[in-house]
Design a protein around this ligand. Sequence first.
Ligand code: ADP
Length: 609
Amino acid sequence: METLEFQAEARQLLQLMVHSIYSNKDIFLRELISNASDALDKLRLAKLQDGLEADTSDLHIEIEVDAEARTLVVRDNGIGMTREEVVALIGTIAKSGTAELLSKLKEAKESPELIGQFGVGFYSTFMVADRVELVTRKAGTEGHGTRWESAGEGTFTIDDAPDAPIGTTVTLHLRPKDEDDALYDYTDEWKIKEIVKRYSDFISFPIRKGDEVLNSQKALWARPRSEVTDEEYHEFYKHISHDWTDPLEIINMKAEGTFEYEALLFIPSRAPHDLFQRDARRGLQLYVKRVFIMDDSRELIPDYLRFVKGVVDAADLSLNISREILQQDRHIQMIRRRLVKKVLSTIKDLLSSNPEKYATFWREFGRAVKEGLLAEPDNHKPILEIASFATTEGTEPTTLAAYVERMKEGQEEIYFLTGESRSQVENSPHMEAFREQGYEVLILTDPVDEIWVDVVPEFDGKKLRSIARGSVDLPKDEDKPEPEGDFGPLLGFLTEKLTEQVKEVRLSHRLTTSAACLVSDADDITPALEKMYRAMGQEGPRVKRILELNPGHPLVTGLRAAYERSADDAALPDTAELLYGTALLAEGGDLEDPARFAKLLADRLAQTV
Ligand code: ADP
């Protein structure tokens, strides 16, 4: 026998379980049954697809209780685990982002649901048991099985189990009942029946207790929606998603005719912590005529809708279809298109029928959905219709349709500005004239915003227009006097002095209080995008921008006067550099040589004290 330590993160999660931060303890049984059902699916598939020799004629789950010994046993004759698998799967938590989640959990003691994001599954047994044994033998292996045991503290033991049958048996040594703490008597027949009925009725294998089968085994997606309660849907969602929170929205679909399929999809109410991690699990479950075929089928749903969970049951696919074939299958592609359409239209309906739910949806998943603007040019319209954006008009996000409705008389374009944060964008010099003249500007601060704005030309016939790009022609402000005098020579001089930094220096219409700002030429990529490409390891030429000056600003008029007095004033080139540097800083940009800028500035200040 060997005694091993739980991995540090696993230990921490176990601690949380033992000290029971989760109030609904009944769900441990759902988790065990869910694991058992997965193991049965896996065995059946291994036989079907890999030709494993195994008896699958009576796949089932068995529950046994012993009131005197205070034990509860859940047994399956599924795939089982090897010794290495037991150590790896039960002793560690491989999921990425564990540490991050644990620190969040510690901060948010009052919202234990967070733990549900993680599907702590098997560990939930320690909410109700002070000792757990697991005996297992992997199908297709020779020799003995493995015995694992732990009291949920720092260590577990592992040993050979000579006579273990194929499959897995989990034995819980139950804690004393304590109904004040929602710890019920889990040897009570009625309690077991109630829990199975409530949480696991749809499991497709029989769950037996003695001679009795406790679940109906009906595939939920095949039943008419009117006959299924929300709670049943929710529990099914939890089974397939490993989330412990109810979903935000349920979507049923059924197609008849030449290619039949049924789908049951769920939109979660919260983004998983690994939504933006590449190795995260994603995709839908694929069934063929009620038979589970594949988990995480990415072919059925595009990446930007990766948070959607659910099942697709197709009638006419081969039972041993491979992922490779799936990728090319015409019918699968058709189903995928329909699912996308349905998901997007469901969200669109939420916008009007349940704005609060919609707001939750967008807050949780909007960043992912916007990736669809890059991935699916054909779906620009439906995606933009369900998108919302922060705006200078109020604190709530706005849809584009609502923006268009508010557009000022004569305004032809939808204005936006990208940046790293709301305050950076709001305080950007580019915003000045727009604010002054009361034009609403969308505030786009997600990294993906920098990219999609380049490929989406318009919405509802209105061009999307960055106010930091090209020249703006806002209607003339009647109260503002025309700049007097000739700026030509000064602009020529500055353009030449700053030739390393900018492609042109010109007068601006967008500034009211700042002296200068930088803008990108209409067809050039923005500095933020340039930075992102560099971060991804792609080297490109630095794109020069345009320095715009405010002809009404005393610094600019003063500079012109100085230049007119003496074109070879030695201070002028420094002033040019200061002007450029200030414009760069004002938009949150990075100076190429901050030390040099600081020195120029200090020298100049020294002259004024
Ligand atoms: P999850 O089910 O969310 O992956 P668990 O902690 O419940 O997390 O289980 C970890 C892993 O242990 C499972 O993914 C599975 O590979 C394995 N496992 C658990 N229970 C069983 C079982 N009854 N039969 C076979 N493998 C199991």
